[in-house]
Design a protein around this ligand. Structure first.
Ligand SMILES: Nc1ncnc2c1ncn2[C@@H]1O[C@H](COP(=O)(O)OP(=O)(O)OP(=O)(O)O)[C@@H](O)[C@H]1O
Ligand SMILES: [Mg+2]
Length: 462
C-alpha cells in the first residue's frame, strides 16, 4: 500500500486526506471542528467531545452518542503556543499512542486554523498571514516546501492580470499551473485557450493567433477570428513560447504592449482584454543572451515568473503523487478496484531521479498497474525493472532537499527541517510514528516531545 502519513497502520481506508485538506481551508470554527471529528472517526477514534477554549470563542462539539457514566475517557489538550486558542479532546477508550499522535497532529492544525480565523476577525490587517497552512489547489499535488512556494505564487498570480512566465523541465506541471491560475482568477468563467506555439509553422501560428481577413491568402474565404479574440476576457496560454520565430515574437510584443490585435490581411485593429500566460522548458534568459529570443518580449513576459521544480527537487511529494495517480488509475484502466503498490516499491520510486518528472511518474505507474493487472499489486521487482535501481536503494539512504527561507535564522531553519524530515521518514515507514522513531534512533515519546518543541518554536509566538 502507499504510505499515507495521515493514517495509522492497519486502517487504510482513504478517509483522512480529504477532511484534512478541507480543515486547512475551513472558513469557520464549526467546520474546523466537524472536519477534526471526521478525521478522528476515520482513524477509528471514538470521540466524545472537542472543546475550543478561547476568550469570546468558546465552542463545543459533542458526539451524538450519549455519554455513559462509567466509560473511560482520556483527554488530550492542544494549545497554540504564543496564541490564545486551546483545544480539549475527550476520547472514549484508550487508543494506542501512534493513533493518538496522529490525531494530535490534526488537532494542532485545527487549533492553528481556529487561532488564525480568530486573529483575522479581531485584526483584519493581519489576514492572509497564516502561511503555515499549505494552500490546496485542485489537481496540483504536493506539500513539500518547493510546491508550497509554487502554490503561493499561483495564488498571488491569480489575484491580478499580469503576464506570467512559467518555466520548468518537461512534465513538471507547467500547464496544470497555468490552468490553476486561470481557474482561481476572476476570469475563471471566461475561456482558457491553450496554444502550442511549437506545433505550427510561423504563418499558420500567426493566422491561428491573430485571425485573418477574407482574401488574405489563398483559402481565406471568410473572415476568421484568432485565438487572442477567442480568449477575450479570459486567458491565453502560449505554451512552448521559446519555439516561436523572431517575426512572430515582434507581433506578440505588439499585442502585449498595446492589447490590440490585427488579423492577417486586415486593416483595422481590435481591442482584446486577455491575460497572457506563457510557458517554456528552455532557459529563456540564455536564449536572450544568445540572441534567439527577443529581449524586449522576454521582459514583457517575465512580469511574474514561476519556476516549476523538477520532481527530483521535491521527492517528498512522491508518496502523495503515487496515491493520487493510483486513485485515478483504477478507473482509467477499467479496473473495479484501485491498483495497490508495495511499500518498498514506493520507497524505490522515491529514490529515482525522474528525468521526465511528474509525467514520467504518472505514465510509469499506469504501465506498472496495467502489467500487475486487475486486483494486482505493483511490486519492487517491477519497479526495479523499470528504474534499474537496486533493492539497497529502496531501503537505505533518504535524500531530501532543504530550502533556507529568506530571513530565516539557523535555529528556525533546523527546527522546521526537523519537522519536514520527520514527515519524510514517517512517510517512508508507512506513516507509523514508532517506526519513524526507530529509524531516527530516538525514543518514541522523546521524539514526540522534540517535535512538539520544534512545532511550538515555529508556529508559536507569532
Ligand atoms: N504537482 C502535480 N500534481 C498532480 N499532477 C501533476 C503535477 N505536476 C504534473 N502533473 C501531471 O503530470 C502531467 C504533465 O503535466 P503538464 O502537462 O502540466 O507538464 P508540462 O510542464 O506542461 O510538460 P511539457 O513541458 O512536457 O509540456 C500531467 O498529466 C499533469 O496532470
Ligand atoms: Mg506542457
Amino acid at each position: 500500500m502507499v504510505p499515507n502519513h495521515h493514517q495509522s497502520k492497519g486502517d487504510m481506508r482513504p478517509v483522512t486526506v480529504r477532511p484534512l485538506a478541507r480543515l486547512a481551508r475551513s472558513a469557520s470554527v464549526e467546520s474546523v471542528l466537524g472536519d477534526l471529528a471526521e478525521i478522528a472517526a476515520g482513524k477509528g477514534i471514538d470521540l466524545h467531545s472537542i472543546r475550543v477554549v478561547r476568550a469570546g470563542l468558546d465552542r463545543e462539539f459533542r458526539s451524538k452518542e450519549p455519554a455513559i457514566a462509567t466509560e473511560r475517557v482520556s483527554e488530550l489538550e492542544i494549545g497554540v503556543e504564543g496564541g490564545q486558542t486551546r483545544l480539549v479532546l475527550q476520547l472514549r477508550g484508550s487508543p494506542d499512542d501512534a493513533v493518538k499522535f496522529e490525531i494530535e497532529d490534526a488537532a494542532h492544525l485545527a487549533a492553528h486554523r481556529i487561532e488564525l480565523l480568530a486573529e483575522r476577525r479581531l485584526r483584519p490587517e493581519r489576514a492572509g498571514k497564516g502561511r503555515e497552512l499549505s494552500p490546496v489547489i485542485e489537481g496540483l499535488i504536493g506539500d513539500s516546501e518547493p510546491m508550497r512556494r509554487i502554490k503561493d505564487a499561483i495564488i498571488t498570480a491569480a489575484r491580478c492580470s499580469s503576464t506570467v512566465l512559467i518555466s520548468g523541465e518537461s512534465g513538471t506541471g507547467k500547464e496544470i499551473a497555468a490552468r490553476a491560475i486561470h481557474h482561481l482568477s476572476d476570469r475563471a468563467k471566461e475561456p482558457f485557450i491553450p496554444v502550442n506555439c511549437g506545433a505550427f509553422v510561423e504563418s499558420l501560428l500567426e493566422s491561428e493567433l491573430f485571425g485573418y481577413a477574407k482574401g488574405a491568402f489563398t483559402g481565406a474565404t471568410v473572415n476568421r477570428k484568432g485565438l487572442f479574440e477567442a480568449a477575450n476576457r479570459g486567458t491565453i496560454f502560449l505554451d512552448e513560447i521559446g519555439e516561436t520565430t523572431q517575426g512572430l515574437q515582434v507581433r506578440l510584443l505588439r499585442v502585449l504592449q498595446e492589447r490590440k490585435v490585427r488579423p492577417v490581411g486586415a486593416h483595422d485593429e481590435r481591442d482584446v482584454d486577455v491575460r497572457v500566460i506563457a510557458a517554456t522548458n528552455r532557459d529563456l534568459s540564455r536564449e536572450v543572451s544568445e540572441k534567439r529570443f527577443r529581449h524586449d518580449l522576454y521582459y514583457r513576459l517575465h512580469v511574474l515568473p514561476l519556476r516549476m521544480p523538477p520532481l527530483r527537487q521535491h521527492q517528498a511529494d512522491i508518496p502523495l503523487l503515487i496515491r493520487h495517480f493510483l486513485d485515478l488509475l483504477g478507473q482509467r484502466l477499467s479496473f473495479t478496484t484501485r491498483p495497490e503498490i508495495e511499500e518498498d516499491a514506493v520507497r524505490m520510486l522515491c529514490r529515482y531521479h525522474w528525468p521526465g518528472n511528474v509525467r514520467e511518474l504518472e505514465t510509469m505507474l499506469e504501465r506498472l498497474a496495467a502489467c500487475a493487472g486487475e486486483g494486482g499489486v505493483i511490486t519492487v521487482g517491477q519497479v526495479q525493472a523499470e528504474t534499474f535501481l537496486t533493492q539497497k536503494d529502496a531501503s537505505g539512504d533518504i535524500e531530501y532537499v532543504a530550502v533556507l527561507r529568506a530571513g530565516e535564522s539557523l535555529d528556525e531553519h533546523f527546527k522546521r527541517q526537523e519537522l519536514a524530515l520527520y514527515k519524510i521518514v514517517r512517510d517512508s515507514v508507512g506513516g507509523n510514528h514508532s517506526r519513524a522513531a526507530r529509524r531516527l534512533g530516538v525514543e518514541r515519546t522523546a521524539l514526540y516531545h522534540r517535535l512538539e518543541r520544534a512545532r511550538q518554536q515555529i508556529f508559536g509566538g507569532n
